[in-house]
Ligand binder design. Structure first.
Ligand SMILES: [Ca+2]
Ligand SMILES: [Ca+2]
Ligand SMILES: [Ca+2]
Length: 560
């Protein structure tokens, strides 16, 4: 259809006016915690070997055998009566693909998997024996967890199946409209010395063609001779973790090797990275590495693991001049454990760990929030404690990350080497949806998945005290405006709320109970024991005191 110029302009103006709410005139300010797209996601984390064995034909049950000291399949952990195991237990890509609908259906939109690269094909015979209570003890352990890379360009043989390689896994994840987060290591390879006899692959690194490019030769780091032996040049000559081969961050060949390998996995479908042991390599290394990855995939989201509870220390990795990535929110984890574990501390223990009024992080709204994982004791809480923890995790600032099995309180309280990473399996998955923790998690996860304010909005606390929490989440950006009021009750009796502060009049809808509430001066609600409600108002912010507070929160954020 051909239109004359003035009519076209008029029609365009009308269309614009129609699509933009009235208060979004030029003076409508932007309100958001973050614009990072990955903040919309909720992440489920699996140790692939321990999730589901979908294909017994790749179990390699005879691998490393017949010597009981080196065989790799099913090695019960000495001293553990919780069923812990330091051998492979058969979990694989097929087991994940077969249960993506389960993960997606629970309300997660992203999946974090442990490292996929080739690990040694025997149990490690050096080091201190791994046993119940051991930490950084690797004797008798295998690379079932994936963190002992020997060829960073090749899949470990336990993971793929016929017709299902890494790209196939990524395609399946994307087919569920989910993102795939790959766990990567840059600090080290496999255990490298203290073996009674040298073992194949341990302390060695191979390139994409399978050629040996580095070899620790079962020597302690100080005995390495990088000047004269080219195979020693990948490694530092002091200061590693346990007996792990420690990569030399100053050798450009190491950077090229790692960047080349991880670019390959990006090419095959990795959407985001979780960076292992980020604090064990210097800032300039990560700055360059991350820049190289983002040349492959512009804006790629990554979060690092700096195992440290001091926000000032872990925040350094988030700064643009350093790694320029997000991090796992360890300081908040400590608070979540206090609030939702058996101590049942009040919500006030979380206040100072949020850094809503500024602080050391480049942006606290992009942190990966969690209460436990594979490297620490699982949360020790009642079912209600898990329910309360998830009600917080999916409504407060940050990107929620939940460790596999938490939806049924699996192996609660159990540390590594005593049940933390036990095999989960298809049977538990089949019965999980009837579990109270699962049902409550799924409910609040779906609320978050449908709410831009919960995903990316500023957080403004009204009350964090005892068993009660009330806070706003607000986003107002590019025509999307939403105010969420979150009410949490982690007590054993119903709690009455009457929120007047910063309350904007309007017709609010209850995301969980359903129905609408016309609000004038205050919003009144009764929240059941261990319950949550999220009230939503899809309207621009007009309440003057609320606007003033949001203006203040925007101004204290670090410049992006
Ligand atoms: Ca298998
Ligand atoms: Ca292997
Ligand atoms: Ca190091």
């Amino acid at each position: 259809m051909r239109l004359n110029g003035s009519f076209r302009l008029h029609a365009l103006t009308l269309a614009l006016v129609a699509s933009i709410p009235a208060a979004h005139a030029a003076d409508a300010p932007d309100y958001y915690g973050t614009l990072e797209p990955f903040a919309k996601e909720a992440v489920y984390f699996v140790v692939t070997d321990r999730f589901v064995n979908g294909d017994p034909s790749n179990d390699q049950r005879e691998q490393g055998g017949p010597n009981p000291a080196t065989r790799t399949f099913d090695r019960p952990t000495p001293g553990s009566d919780a069923g812990d195991n330091i051998g492979y237990l058969g979990g694989d890509f097929k087991g994940i693909v077969d249960h993506l609908d389960y993960i997606r259906g629970m309300g997660f939109s992203a999946l974090w998997i442990t490292p996929i690269v080739d690990n040694p094909d025997e149990a490690f015979t050096g080091g201190k024996p791994a046993q119940k209570g051991g930490f950084l003890t690797d004797g008798g352990k295998t690379g079932y967890h994936g963190y002992w890379g020997v060829n960073f360009y090749r899949l470990d043989e336990h993971l793929p199946s016929k017709g299902l390689d890494f790209k196939g896994l990524a395609d399946a994840v994307h087919g569920q409209d989910m993102k795939l987060v790959l766990d990567i290591v840059g600090n080290h390879g496999s255990p490298a010395y203290s073996m009674p006899k040298p073992q194949p692959k341990f302390g060695q690194v191979f390139d994409r063609d399978g050629k040996l490019v580095a070899d620790h030769q079962n020597l302690p780091p100080e005995k390495l001779d990088p000047k004269n032996n080219p195979l020693h040049r990948f490694y530092n000559t002091s200061g590693g973790l346990a007996e792990l081969s420690d990569f030399n961050e100053n050798n450009p060949d190491v950077m090229d090797y790692l960047a080349g390998a991880y670019a390959q996995w990006i090419g095959q479908g990795a959407d985001a990275f979780r960076i292992d042991t980020i604090g064990w390599l210097p800032h300039p290394f990560w700055h360059e590495f991350v820049a190289r990855m983002r040349r492959e995939k512009p804006g790629m989201f990554m979060f690092g693991e700096a195992f440290e509870y001091d926000a000032n220390k872990i925040a350094e990795h988030t700064w643009a001049k350093n790694a320029n990535v997000s991090v796992l929110d360890f300081p908040l984890k400590q608070g979540l454990e206090k609030a939702f574990g058996h101590e049942r501390a009040g919500f006030e223990v979380l206040t100072d760990r949020l850094f809503l009024d500024g602080g050391p992080y480049a942006n606290p709204y992009e942190l990966a929030t969690f209460y436990d994982n594979h490297d620490m004791a699982r949360l020790d809480a009642s079912d209600e404690g898990f329910i309360d923890a998830h009600n917080w995790l999916f409504t407060a600032r940050g990107i929620p990350v939940v460790y596999y099995g938490s939806e049924i309180g699996f192996m609660r309280g159990k540390p590594e080497h005593d049940g933390n990473r036990n095999y989960f399996g298809a049977e538990r998955i089949a019965s999980a949806p009837s579990h109270a923790i699962y049902r409550n998690l799924s409910r609040i996860a779906h609320v978050r998945a449908a709410s831009p304010a919960l995903q990316q909005g500023l957080q403004l606390n009204v009350e964090l005290k005892g068993d009660r929490a009330a806070f706003y989440r607000v986003t107002q950006h590019e025509g999307v405006s939403q105010i969420a009021l979150v009410l949490l009750n982690k007590g054993d009796a119903p709690a009455k709320f009457d929120v007047k502060q910063w309350m904007q009049p309007g017709t609010w809808r209850a995301a969980i109970a359903g129905g609408e509430t016309k609000v004038r001066g205050s919003l009144k609600a009764s929240i059941p024991a261990h319950g949550v409600e999220v009230f939503l108002l899809d309207a621009p912010v007009t309440q003057p005191q609320l606007r003033a507070e949001l203006d203040r929160l925007m101004s204290v954020k670090r410049p992006e």
